[in-house]
Design a binder for this molecule. Structure first.
Ligand code: NAD
Ligand code: MG
Length: 383
């Protein structure tokens, strides 16, 4: 029996992880955590009977505690609850499916307690990769990627000599606005940005896919996960989203992982690695597909990617500012307080006003996050 905990169990990755639990009887849920959706959490507790459930707010936790008083699940709240969940003795794997930098501290705590990490929460690696990766190595803990591109890269490196890797080819769908120019993006609405052509995901990451900020975050995530320099990571736009990423080796050979765009495959692969458990679902039909195409990303229009490379070049706390500024700007866009293109200008402004701290501690990362949030709240209101 493999015992799992899920940070962010009511979200897109979280609920798909639970679907895999339903289909694999040797998986057992020990702990669940979510932000504020009490009803969804109650349903999950009744179905999966975890030992611990955490709600972010004390208010939500209080309501949940009353509702599930007849069960054996202990209800906790806040960061304290997340940290207790992270070290829960009856847990082998922690699936980090929370959004944003809130995942940093629980992920570190889980690694220190020797838990395997199935990592979806890319913001944690983007901002604290220099802390997480060496710590995981020291504690001999595996960080198994859930992000589809990183899972594809990981699968394409399976059994290979990593020293022979020349290049990572990180694929991108290009998002819903691929081919559009800056002028055509001025009046993009929230509804337009939430229409991803191939993947169904949470709201924040869907907007990030439309700005290419998501691909920028993924370049930084790949740098930390696979220990490669950013120059060795090339983003390739592949609108059909069938090739989930590729790795080129010293002899010119390229290994790729292909499949339908369905997050359940990379989630399940991380949970059972190196096994490939059976899974139902639509298969790639190459005759139906007909052709696969490739393009260079338009980084002048979709500045999310170029700004990510700038953030890596500055290093230290700059990726945190890139990430945090984006997080707040996207929240303002989703609230219809700013326009689509303002997202880029706000991120750029926050990065320009930040003085990079090299090798930041967790506290310094969180300070850089607050500084970026403040910058966005002050300039966002004016724009
Ligand atoms: P989502 O918005 O659908 O779900 C987020 C989950 O986190 C929810 O359960 C929410 O309740 C919980 N949460 C939010 N704030 C919390 C807090 N303070 N305390 C406790 N729980 C909190 O997001 P998602 O799309 O599932 O994405 C989750 C992570 O996975 C993100 O880092 C994203 O970049 C990454 N990711 C997602 C996909 C995808 O297909 N959805 C693909 C690759 C990577
Ligand atoms: Mg991805």
């Amino acid at each position: 029996m493999k015992k799992i905990g899920i940070l962010g169990s009511t979200g897109s990755i979280g609920t798909q992880t639970l679907e895999i639990v339903r289909n694999n009887k040797d998986l057992q849920v020990t702990a669940l955590a979510a932000g504020s959706s009490v009803s969804k959490m109650e349903e999950q507790i009744r179905e999966f009977l975890p030992q611990i459930a955490v709600m972010w707010s004390e208010e939500a936790a209080g309501e949940l505690r009353t509702r599930v008083a007849d069960t054996n699940t202990r209800v906790l709240s806040g960061m304290e609850g997340l940290l207790e969940l992270a070290v829960c003795p009856e847990m082998d794997v922690l699936v980090t499916a929370i959004v944003g930098m809130i995942g940093i501290k629980p992920t570190i705590a889980a690694i220190e307690a020797g838990k395997t990490i199935a990592l979806a929460n890319k913001e944690t690696l983007v901002t604290a990769g220099h802390i997480i990766m060496p710590l995981a190595k020291e504690k001999k803990v595996s960080i198994l990627p859930v992000d589809s591109e990183h899972s594809a890269i990981f699968q394409s490196m399976h059994g290979e000599n990593r020293e022979r890797v020349r290049k990572i080819l990180l694929t991108a769908s290009g998002g819903p606005f691929r081919g559009k120019k800056r002028d055509e993006l001025r009046n993009i609405t929230v509804e337009d940005a939430l229409k991803h052509p191939n993947w169904s995901m949470g709201r924040k990451i869907t907007v990030d896919s439309s700005t290419l900020v998501n691909k920028g975050l993924e370049v930084i995530e790949a740098k930390w996960l696979f220990g490669v320099e950013p120059e060795a990571i090339q983003v390739v736009v592949h609108p059909q989203s069938i090739i989930h990423s590729m790795v080129e080796y010293a002899d010119g050979g390229i290994m790729a992982q292909l499949g339908m765009p369905d997050m359940k495959l990379p989630i399940q692969y991380a949970l059972f690695y190196p096994d490939r458990r059976p899974m139902e679902g639509k298969r790639v039909d190459f005759f139906e597909l007909g052709s696969m195409t490739f393009e260079k990303p338009d980084t002048d229009t979709f500045r999310g990617l170029s700004m990510a490379y700038e953030a890596i070049a500055s290093g230290g706390s700059m990726p945190t500012v890139f990430n945090a500024a984006n997080e707040k700007a996207v929240a303002l866009f989703l609230d219809k307080k700013i326009r689509f293109l303002d997202i880029y200008d706000l991120i750029q402004g926050a990065m320009e006003s930040h003085k990079t701290i090299q090798n930041p501690s967790v506290e310094q990362i969180l300070e850089a996050e607050t500084e970026a949030y403040d910058y966005i709240m002050n300039s966002g209101r004016r724009s």
